[in-house]
Design a binder for this molecule. Structure first.
Ligand code: HEC
Length: 267
């Protein structure tokens, strides 16, 4: 009896040590990361969690910020105009998207004379790049290339939290830090020197709804929009995940009932 109790105690102790070590190991990289990449703290996004969905109005505002500010330098080559009215997206109507597309000039051709020509955008077109090639883009941006924004919100460590923190992270360079020509100081960008000048300011974009035209809201909305372009099927994936878990639960219940039935006669 004594022996069993001692065994049990040793087991509980070992279990506790295992749990505490696991917690320490799990917490440690998180702490290191936060120090390294500035403060891209975890924000509360509508698309977080297994039931998360996009906020349609927010995506529409985010599109407006992209259109009026970011699209001057950044392409979004994996997004077609028609995507803007597809299910799970910003929820523009096809008529609205036709108007949106027609406001862009798209290069087409060659025509019968062998010439390229410009025409208004159609639903099937992709968002045009602001610069004709990488070299010109670099020349216009002090040697740095503005990356394509289509999938950036998922490509960067920290995802949308990082993008938001980057847009909010512009500051005066602290004393003693010398910035290279054309560079800006940013608290979360690696090495803190970024070739993108602070892109948005309060009141830069006029919202169509009652949302306050603040820097925080611009940064949040355009980040949410970039999250949608990076994962347009997020809502469908969440719905499917829920169905799969539900199926597994029911299936487990059925298996258990079957097991009881099969073994009922054996005692
Ligand atoms: C004047 C041109 C310009 C505008 C306008 C602009 N950007 Fe940039 N952006 C750049 C350049 C250049 C870089 C590359 C910076 C570097 O590598 O140092 C960049 C880089 C980025 C990055 C990548 C940062 C990283 O981790 O590599 C993100 C995200 C970004 N921009 C988002 C935006 C958003 C969102 C907007 C609109 C609100 C915007 N930009 C507007 C020029 C611009």
């Amino acid at each position: 009896m004594m022996k069993q109790v001692t065994h049990f105690r040793t087991l509980v102790r070992a279990g506790l040590i295992a749990i505490v070590s696991a917690l320490v190991v799990l917490a440690a990289p998180g702490v290191g990361q936060a120090e390294e990449s500035g403060e891209s703290e975890a924000l509360d996004w509508s698309f977080n969690g297994p039931f998360g969905t996009f906020d349609r109005a927010q995506l529409q505002r985010g599109y407006k910020v992209y259109r009026e500010v970011c699209s001057a330098c950044h392409s979004m080559e994996f997004v077609s105009f028609r995507n803007l009215s597809e299910e799970g997206g910003p929820g523009f109507t096809p008529e609205q998207v036709k108007v949106i597309a027609s406001e862009f000039e798209i290069e087409d051709g060659p025509n019968d004379d062998g010439d390229m020509f410009m025409r208004p955008g159609l639903l099937s077109d992709r968002f045009p790049a602001p610069f004709p090639n990488v070299q010109i883009a670099r020349l216009a941006n002090g040697g740095a290339f503005p990356p394509d924004l289509s999938v950036l919100a998922k490509a960067r460590v920290g995802g949308p939290d990082y993008i938001y923190a980057l847009l909010m992270g512009y500051e005066e360079a602290p004393a003693g830090v010398e910035l290279a020509i054309g560079m800006s100081y940013n608290t979360v960008f690696p090495n803190h020197q970024i070739a993108m000048p602070e892109p948005i300011f309060e009141d830069a974009v006029e919202y169509d709804d009652e949302t306050e035209p603040t820097l925080e809201n611009y940064a949040r909305d355009v980040t949410a929009f970039m999250m949608w372009t990076a994962e347009p099927k997020l809502e469908a994936r969440h719905r499917m995940g829920f169905k799969v878990v539900l199926f597994l639960l029911i299936f487990a219940g059925l298996l258990y009932a079957t097991k009881r039935k099969v073994w009922a006669a054996v005692h």
